[in-house]
Design a protein around this ligand. Structure first.
Ligand code: F6R
Length: 616
């Protein structure tokens, strides 16, 4: 959460910074601000509205400079006010700083600084940090070498508890930016006569494809022509420059109104990309290049733990059903935020899987580090290439879903489920799954993009159904077995983008409490499996109808579903049971989007949310 960007180079700085903020806005949109340096002075503009409002103010004020920093905020310490918006200046006016993260011991440091005469304009932890830098700067001899700025940041960070990705500038060191990270992502873009620092490659890729991923406890000193990387403890580091394959076009909205809508429609391609090159030549299993585990080592695994947050956690629940059913390995699923503090006893042959679209979610990263500390092998399923989780896991699988900009995750979810299904196949085939079962599984996976497309082709009809329920204030989503996680995901999608209260339950659990909510005002979306629990789910629908509840059913074509039993029916293709969670997801995403858009909600930037949650 929060996006920071800093630029020094040959291009007009305000344009670069504002463009960077536009691409980082998904990380938080409570306020935005920019500081540029002109004639040795800070020029700062802030807005408590979105980046577009800041962009207009910047244009109106004809703000110009030679280099600078900028920030888009997801509020933690202090409300959404101009005073709390970043960048923050030190009270002596020498430093300006943009920060992503939380300084946990800020009150203690603030007390110390107040006693030294420093003053504060905001309620933020960030203003404490910038003043601590000013304090350390003043403590060093004036004749200190040219590294006085860098050293003052380094010394300050040694006193800080918590997380940070920061970019700092100093009036007495013109043309220099110092940036550092612990727990919050930070990337340096290395250009020809220019450098750009940002929380995400998205803000960098317009300028250069050459990047250095900073690790925790690393600090970088940057000018237009040069940069030097070291640790907070002063050890010099040889920077490794990576080339990113990040296409700007993929992140463009095109003809769509919202990123959420675009990303729902991206799914056939995203699913195809998740599979590309990942099936064995004999078409009976899947293969992954980056697992760093041999089939023999995988054979030793007798338990799997999946950790993630939010939508990715729902994908873990699907993985549990698939791996237990097809590979017969016991699976547990934990919220990453709970696992990292729970000290759960794990058998030594437990393999830990970490799922994260962004690869930066702090709780998920914490769970990964905890599992590694305990000596477990860790594998990550991640979308963002080069992200911290991708770099720190022992091995992993990239989703290749392309950039996901809408705050509500859509294509990343179905692509995670696709990778999980391929992993179930892979693990199954090195255990008891037969060659012919493997081949049937592969064939089923290959059909998914076209099947998803056929559901997307019904989007207008699904939208028309959704709009009948646009005024509901409560919804239930009900499904059994591997469709139960899709009930949870359907409820989450609807509530986060439309602010309608929604709950997901296993359909049979409804009788144990939630049935009390059933009324004509509280519609239920039933996800109906093709096999096993089909008849049982129909009985659950009967129970809702008997209580005058309105029902939208999502069921498979080719069955004998009693159409007249329900108010609305959405049909999805017949399929292998392993892939029905992917197909059943598409209608619930389309419904959530249609309802939220019709209610005039800010679909891509729902209130209070941010993508990539980098605070605990
Ligand atoms: C919901 C949503 C969130 C994320 C969660 C984990 O639509 O997007 O619940 O799934 O914050 O994010 P990642 O996958 O980036 O770790």
């Amino acid at each position: 959460m929060c996006g920071i960007v800093g630029y020094v180079g040959k291009h007009p700085v305000t344009r670069v910074l504002i463009e960077g903020l536009r691409r980082l806005e998904y990380r938080g949109y409570d306020s935005a601000g920019v500081t540029v340096v002109k004639d040795g002075q800070f020029q700062t503009l802030k807005s408590t509205e979105r980046v577009e409002a800041l962009a207009k103010d910047v244009a109106k004020a004809k703000l110009q400079g030679t280099y600078g920093i900028a920030h888009t905020r997801w509020a933690t310490h202090g409300g959404v006010t101009l005073a709390n918006a970043h960048p923050h200046h030190s009270s002596d006016g020498l430093f300006s700083l943009a920060h992503n993260g939380v300084i946990e011991n800020y009150l203690k440091i603030k007390k110390f600084l107040l006693e030294k005469g420093y003053t504060f304009q905001s309620e933020t932890d960030t203003e404490v940090l910038v003043n601590l830098i000013a304090y350390h700067y003043q403590k060093q001899p004036v004749a200190a070498d040219k590294n006085r700025f860098l050293e003052s940041v380094r010394r300050s960070l040694r006193h800080v508890e918590g997380t940070y990705g920061i970019a700092v500038i100093c009036k007495e060191h013109l043309g220099e930016i110092v940036a550092a990270r612990r727990g919050s992502p930070l990337i340096l873009g290395v250009g020809d006569g220019e450098h750009i620092i940002a929380s995400d490659v998205a803000a960098i890729a317009l300028h250069t494809q050459s990047v250095v991923y900073l690790n925790d406890e690393e600090i970088v000193h940057v000018t237009d022509k040069d940069f030097s990387l070291s640790t907070i403890d002063e050890d010099d580091i040889e920077a490794v420059i990576h080339t990113v394959d990040w296409s700007i076009e993929e992140a463009e909205l095109g003809a769509f109104k919202h990123y959420m809508e675009k990303e729902i429609f991206d799914q056939p391609v995203a699913l195809e990309n998740a599979m590309r090159g990942r099936f064995s030549d004999d078409g009976s299993t899947s293969k992954f290049g980056g697992l760093n585990l041999s089939p023999q080592e995988l054979r030793q695994v007798d338990r799997i733990l999946f950790c993630a947050c939010g939508t990715a956690w729902h994908a873990c629940l699907v993985a549990e059903y698939l791996i237990e059913r097809y590979a017969r390995i016991p699976v547990e699923v934990e919220y990453a935020s709970e696992f990292r503090y729970r000290n759960a006893p794990l058998d030594k042959n437990t393999l830990v899987f970490i799922l994260s679209q962004s690869g930066e979610t702090i709780d998920t990263l914490g769970a990964l580090r905890e599992a590694k500390r305990k000596g477990h092998k860790t594998l990550a399923i991640v979308n963002v290439v080069g992200s911290t989780i991708a770099r720190e896991a022992d091995g992993g699988i990239y989703q290749h879903a392309g950039p996901e900009i809408g705050v509500a995750s859509t294509k990343a979810f179905t692509s995670q489920v696709m990778v999980a299904a391929m992993m179930a196949l892979h693990l199954g085939r090195i255990r008891d799954m037969s060659y012919s079962e493997g081949q049937a599984f592969v064939e089923a996976l290959k059909q998914v993009p076209a099947q998803v497309q056929s559901i997307l082709d019904q989007s207008e009809a699904i939208k028309a159904i959704a709009l009948k329920y646009v005024d509901a204030e409560d919804f239930l989503f009900l499904g059994r077995q591997n469709l139960f996680p899709i009930a949870l995901e359907g409820a989450l999608k609807l509530k986060e983008v439309s602010y309608i209260h929604a709950e997901g339950y296993p359909a049979a659990e409804m009788k144990h409490g939630p049935i009390a909510l059933i009324s004509p005002e509280c519609p239920s979306v039933f996800l109906v499996a093709q096999e096993d629990t089909y008849q049982k789910t129909i009985s659950n629908i009967q129970e809702v109808k008997a209580r005058k509840g309105r029902v939208i059913a999502i069921a498979h074509e080719g069955g004998d579903f009693p159409k007249d039993l329900v108010d609305d029916l959405i049909l999805i293709p017949e399929c292998h049971p392993a892939v029905q969670p992917i197909l059943a997801t598409i209608p619930v995403q389309l419904m959530a989007y249609a309802i939220a858009a019709a209610r005039g909600c800010d679909v891509d930037k729902p209130r209070n949310l941010a993508k990539s949650v980098t605070v605990e």
